[in-house]
Ligand binder design. Structure first.
Ligand code: SAM
Ligand code: SF4
Length: 323
């Protein structure tokens, strides 16, 4: 699949739920009410059908995301079905890891090979204030993922001024000791919580400069479909990545589209345009019609997001589409 800017779209981020057991300050407001009703969720079978159509169109990588994917009991079934689709070479998962201790092995067996785990603080109190979750559960989840053999495991840290920016060095140590990859992310003004978090926005070049004062950072390659710029730290195995949607946007290399839990296809995280694939499917569309709707929808994929020029544009919380 190529869009009108000749970008090769081969990556589908699939949100299996818009619900979450956390309430991260930059993502999902406590007051949020508009969750999709269960009967509107795409079933595992429907997701496999839509996934198969994307695979036939050239998608090779699917990431399961949320909300928190592990709050959906059918996640292992969904993973197994997507893993079995011809053409899907890579199945990955983004999680807050709160329930991973129990499910790491099951998900590995279901065909998930790579994991991204959100972890913004290593201090239990800060972590709880920031996410509403318990740090010890997340750490147990990460240990279980290492044990289960996921590789690589990438830790995602949203860096915020006066919240957790002084924890960067501690996070480097944590990841180095455990053989994890570490990625720093700039806040994005998506939804009310994301816009609120802009008060703590910290351009990542500041963190890069700080780290360079104590470490040697050498540009490095890293497997994955994402926009991070990676560096090797000193002579260690540790790779750190910078994801900079605001300070250095990366839209020219965008390779992805996103599917919400009710089967709405979104062409860009920074845009409200969507194609109601789920509704079409339930109204009886055949594979050819769904395939055409995807191709037609791609024509509306914008050249770049407008986080900076129109920061109030996106009303839905980040949890609805999973980052
Ligand atoms: N619940 C899973 C998790 O936390 O990894 C998957 C969904 S979560 C929405 C995906 C990613 O989006 C996480 O790494 C999270 O930190 C990031 N995220 C959420 N809101 C954000 C925001 N306003 N700015 C930057 N990153 C955000
Ligand atoms: Fe939930 Fe992930 Fe959003 Fe945190 S970032 S509220 S864990 S969906």
């Amino acid at each position: 699949m190529r869009d009108q800017f000749n970008r090769d779209i081969h990556y589908l981020r699939l949100s299996v739920t818009d619900r979450c057991d956390f309430r991260c300050r930059y993502c999902l407001p406590r007051s949020h009410r508009g969750f999709a009703v269960p009967k509107a969720w795409m079933t595992p079978k429907e997701l496999a059908r839509i996934g198969g159509i994307f695979a036939a169109l050239g998608v090779r990588h699917i990431r399961l995301t949320g909300g928190e994917p592990l709050v959906r009991a059918e996640l292992p079934d969904i993973a197994r079905r997507l893993h079995e689709l011809p053409g899907i070479e890579d199945l990955s998962l983004s999680t807050n890891a709160s329930r991973l201790a129990k499910f790491a092995g099951v998900l590995r067996d279901a065909g998930v090979s790579r994991l991204n785990v959100s972890l913004d603080s290593l201090q239990a109190k800060v972590f709880e204030r920031l996410t509403g979750g318990k740090l010890h559960k997340v750490l147990a989840g990460i240990d279980a993922a290492i044990e289960a053999g996921f590789s690589p495991i990438k830790i995602n840290m949203v860096v915020m001024r006066d919240v957790n920016d002084l924890e960067v060095e501690g996070m480097v140590r944590f990841c180095r000791e455990r053989g994890l990859t570490l990625r720093f992310i700039e806040t994005m003004p998506v939804g009310d919580a994301g816009r609120e978090a802009q008060n703590h926005y910290l351009p990542l070049p500041v963190i890069e400069d700080r780290l360079r004062q104590v470490h040697q950072l050498t540009p490095a390659a890293m497997h994955g479909s994402g926009p991070a710029r990676y560096f090797r730290v000193d002579d260690s195995e540790l790779r750190i990545g910078f994801i900079t949607p605001q300070s250095q946007h990366f839209c020219a290399t965008c390779n992805r589209v996103r599917l919400g839990v009710t089967g709405d296809l979104y062409l860009c995280l920074g845009q409200e345009d969507k194609v109601a694939l789920g509704r079409m499917l339930r109204e009886g569309a055949d594979d050819e019609q769904l395939s055409q709707a995807i191709i037609e929808g791609l024509r509306h994929k914008p050249e770049r997001h407008e986080f900076l020029t129109a920061p109030t544009a996106i009303l839905r919380p980040m949890s609805q589409l999973g980052g």
